[in-house]
Each structure stands twice: as C-alpha cells, then as structure tokens.
Design a protein around this ligand. Structure first.
Ligand code: GBH
Length: 496
C-alpha cells in the first residue's frame, strides 16, 4: 500500500487496532519537504544589551549618577531591592562578553552608551575615561569582526539634569551629547540609534511611575515629556549627521504592533490604521514629521506645546527604523468606534464623525504569556510590525533591534539550562520574520534580546531574558539551549 492519505491512515489504524494480532500495513506518508527557510544573503544576526542593565561599575571611570541609580536605590521600586550597581559587571568583563558573541557567530552587537559616563553632569566637560571605556569595548568587537550598533540613550539619564525629561533643555543637552559621541566614535561605529523606546522612558517614568524617575504627572505634562523625548531624537539625528556624515542613523522603538485578528482585507486595513493611531505620539510623529490630527484632537488642551522648527527636526529622514518586538495587540475592523475611542451604541458606522475604524481585542484571561506578565505570546507580531511600518511609511531599511523573552530558567544538576520555552518563542518569531523577508520587506537584521541575563529594570534580576545564563554571585556565564540553537540559525542563515 503506497501513498495513503492521512484520513485513510486514520481508518487503517483504527482497523488494525481492532484486528489485534494483524500486522500493520506498510505505507508511506511522504510529505513534500519545503526548502530550508533561508534568510536573505548578508542578513545580520546579533544580540542586544543596554548599559545600565549589564555594566555595573557605576562609580568607576568618572561616571556621574543616573536617574536609574537614584530610582533603584529608592526603597520599594525594584523587585527584591535589586540595583544595577554591579549587574553583569560587563564594565570589567566586556572581553568575555565579546567572546560569547564570537561563540555564537554573531555579526553584530547592539549596545548602549551611558550618557553619564560621557557627561557626568549631563552637559559641560566630557569625561575622557568614560569615552575610553567604550573605545576599548568597540575595539574588542571590531577585532572580532562584530559590527557595533550603538544606542545613545537607553534610559540612563544623568541625574544632574534639572527636571529630567520634563525640561526642554534635556532634549538640547541630549543633542550635544549625541553629536559629541558621534564625532568621537564614528571611526569605529557605522550605525547609531538615537533613543530606545520612547514610551518606556516617558510614559512609564512620568505617567505610571513604574520606571525612573517614578512620577505620576497629568496628561498634559506627560504629553510634554513625550514631546521632549521625540524632540531629543530629532535634534540628535541632526547632531549626529553634522558630526558624522557617514553614519547610518536610526531609532529603536517598541512600536505598538497591531495584528489583524483575521487576515482579510478589512482587518488588515484596520490594523494599518490602528498602527498609525496607536503610535501617534511617537513613531507616527517621527516618521511623518507631524502629530496626527486625530491625536491632537483627542488630546485637546492636553496636547503638547510645540515650538517652531520642532517638527522638522523630529521628522528628520532616517537611514533605518529599528523595531523592538515582543507582543501583539489584536485589531479588528469596527466602524462603530469613533475617532476619540468611544463606541456608538447602535454599532453603526457613520461617515460624518469619521470613526477610527478599528477596535482593540482585549486578551482573554487564558491568553498564553511568557514569564513576564506583560509578555503575551503572538509570534506573528514580528511580521506585522515590519509590514505595517513598511506599508505606512516605507523606510529604507528595518532592523529588529530587540526580540526575545523571559523564562523561568533553572540550572539542571548537569549544569545545563534547557530553555525550550524561550527556544519555542524565538523559533516561532523567526518563522514569521522569514515571511517578511520572503515577501520583500527591507529587513536587514535581527538582534536577540538579550545576549545574557541582566538587570531587568523594575523586575531587577527576577526575570531572565538572556541566551547565556548569568550566575549573579560568581558572574559565570553559561550558554542555554537557546544559545546553541541561535548559533545554528546564524551558521546556516536559516531556521532550524
Ligand atoms: C525592552 O522593553 C527594553 O528595551 C529592554 O531594556 C528590556 O530589558 C526588554 O525589553 C525586556 O523587557 O510593568 O506592565 O507596565 C520592552 C517593552 C515596556 C516591556 C515596559 C515591559 C513594562 C510593563 N517594555 N513594560 S508594565
């Protein structure tokens, strides 16, 4: 018997079970094998980290205090009272960390520079010892053929800057810092990202208060903080270009990823619209050089105060857009939702009040998540992040600047970390990223968050995101199963 179908197999199996003692028939279930799912030639594989999360050495090399030093030392702000004082001690162990990247075969490393190491007071005199530290790290990377992608601000703000992001002058100080670093390091660095995740250092720091500096301001004040964040980005792009003309300049943004709940044209269109609306204070403004009318209308008197020239700077052309992707927001087409988010009782869709045309599906209680409660699992989000951003704004290049997950890793008696949940998360996301590359979207590379376990902000060391396990007592790094898997992906430039 040959070429039996699955359905026939079911019947045959049932029959054979019934006829105990009768030998199983021979059959073939040959399925056509698809070609290995390859990524495009030259696709860049890397890992990401951030200064405050890995460096430690907070009082070394003339570093000034940051907002996160103050916040993490405030009682009750961080799980278990953890701080970044030592973290992964990468300040001293950076050569070992570069070796981990080398072991993986990584072609790139996304790291961030701590502003308070370069300008301990935020402005004024630069600190040569701080810059020298990064020159040593960059030289070690370059000696190992690993391309550095440098984030200039990943949330560690010099504590000396009065008012933090509430003050417009912080955006101006940032531009001076960014221009200075670009001039000093552009012989070693080709790719700069101005900032990491606008909403994380604005909304979480100044609205929910979960991140430094832990404030809960009014909506008007929060919108102004957000404006200063994207203004810093825009002025930073201009300053980097003025000081390092050959640099590739981008941003790393945790775009709200809108996934059409059903992949048909009405829902796809709704998800695209939702992408523009849900990212209105941040990526939409940056890539359009203007605030969306609907956002300004929705915020009314709470809308940010904008000075002449701000939006032009904010809309500075970018060489690439970096997307940090973790979770989906499911969107369905819905004409009954008005532009201000309220729902028309009769469910009708009337043209006269230009409904925003979509609704956000809430997560049911049983929706699967990874080890962090906010980390809802929906691997197709990585495809839709790329597609929505490309369809709306047509960037020249896109990088996935972060993707990864927390897991409750344990070290087995044999000393291994069998993180099959993380592996499942990563493999499924890459499956959907491969779809984006196959469809021709200009995705140039992928940075896995994170190279190693590190200081996970308000969660301290209680949440592990690394593909290398870190024993925070001994600073030993141990490759997890996911590191073995990632090495194979990189070696083959394909899914495994
Ligand atoms: C990224 O943020 C960061 O860039 C990186 O530094 C971080 O380590 C990594 O992801 C993993 O978290 O407490 O419910 O308000 C990802 C986006 C935004 C996710 C803030 C967690 C807090 C959720 N993050 N969010 S909540």
């Amino acid at each position: 018997m040959t070429n039996i179908t699955r359905r026939q197999f079911g019947k045959v199996a049932a029959t054979t079970t019934a006829l105990a003692g009768v030998a199983l028939p021979e059959f073939s279930l040959a399925q056509p094998k698809s070609a290995p799912r390859q990524f495009p030639p030259g696709f860049l594989w890397g890992c990401a980290t951030a200064a405050y999360q890995i460096e430690g050495g907070v009082r070394e090399g003339g570093r000034g205090a940051s907002n996160w030093d103050l916040f993490s030392h405030s009682p009750g702000k961080i799980a278990n009272g953890d701080t970044g004082d030592v973290a992964d001690d990468s300040y001293h162990l950076y050569k070992e960390d570069v070796r981990l990247l080398k072991e993986l075969g990584a072609g790139a490393y996304r790291l961030s520079i701590a502003w308070p190491r370069i300008f301990p007071n935020g402005t004024g005199q630069p600190n040569a010892a701080g810059l020298d530290y990064y020159k040593r790290v960059l030289d070690e990377l370059l000696a190992n053929n690993i391309a550095p992608f440098v984030t200039l601000f990943h949330w560690d703000l010099p504590a000396a800057l009065p008012g933090g992001w509430q003050s417009r002058s912080t955006a101006l100080a940032y531009a001076d810092y960014a221009g200075y670093v670009a001039r000093q390091l552009s012989d070693r660095v080709r790719h700069f990202m101005t900032t990491n995740e606008f909403s994380s250092f604005t909304d979480l720091g100044y609205s929910s208060g979960l991140f430094a500096p832990g404030l809960k301001l009014s909506p008007a004040e929060v919108n102004q903080v957000r404006h200063h964040g994207i203004l810093a980005h825009g002025l930073g792009v201009e300053a980097i270009r003025a000081n390092a003309p050959a640099a590739q300049v981008g941003v790393a943004e945790n775009v709200t990823v809108c996934v059409p709940v059903i992949e048909d044209s009405a829902n796809i269109e709704a998800a695209r619209r939702a992408t523009r609306e849900e990212n209105a204070p941040f990526l939409t403004a940056v890539l359009e050089g203007a605030y969306a009318e609907s956002y300004l209308k929705r915020e009314g008197a709470n809308a940010p105060h904008v000075e002449p020239g701000d939006m032009k700077a904010i809309g500075s052309r970018l060489d690439f857009v970096g997307l940090n992707v973790y979770s989906p927001v499911y969107i369905r087409a819905d004409g009954s939702v008005r532009a201000d988010g309220s729902v028309r009782a009769d469910g009708s869709n009337r043209a006269e009040d230009s409904g925003r045309g979509y609704a956000i599906e809430p997560y049911p209680a049983s929706y699967p998540r990874m080890a962090s409660p906010w980390l809802y699992l929906g691997p197709e989000c990585i495809y839709w992040a790329v597609r929505n951003v490309c369809d709306l704004w047509h960037p020249k290049a896109v990088y996935i600047t972060e993707n990864g997950c927390s897991a409750d890793d344990v070290v087995t008696p044999a000393g291994r970390i069998e993180d099959i949940d993380r592996l499942m998360y990563l493999r499924n996301h890459l499956t959907h990223l491969e779809r984006a590359t196959a469809e021709g979207f200009p995705v140039k590379g992928y940075f896995l968050w994170s190279l190693m376990d590190n200081f996970e902000w308000a969660d301290g060391f209680s949440k592990r995101f690394g593909i290398y396990y870190v024993d925070f007592k001994t600073q030993h790094r141990i490759p997890k199963l996911s590191a073995e898997w990632y090495r194979e992906v990189i070696a083959r430039n394909a899914l495994v």
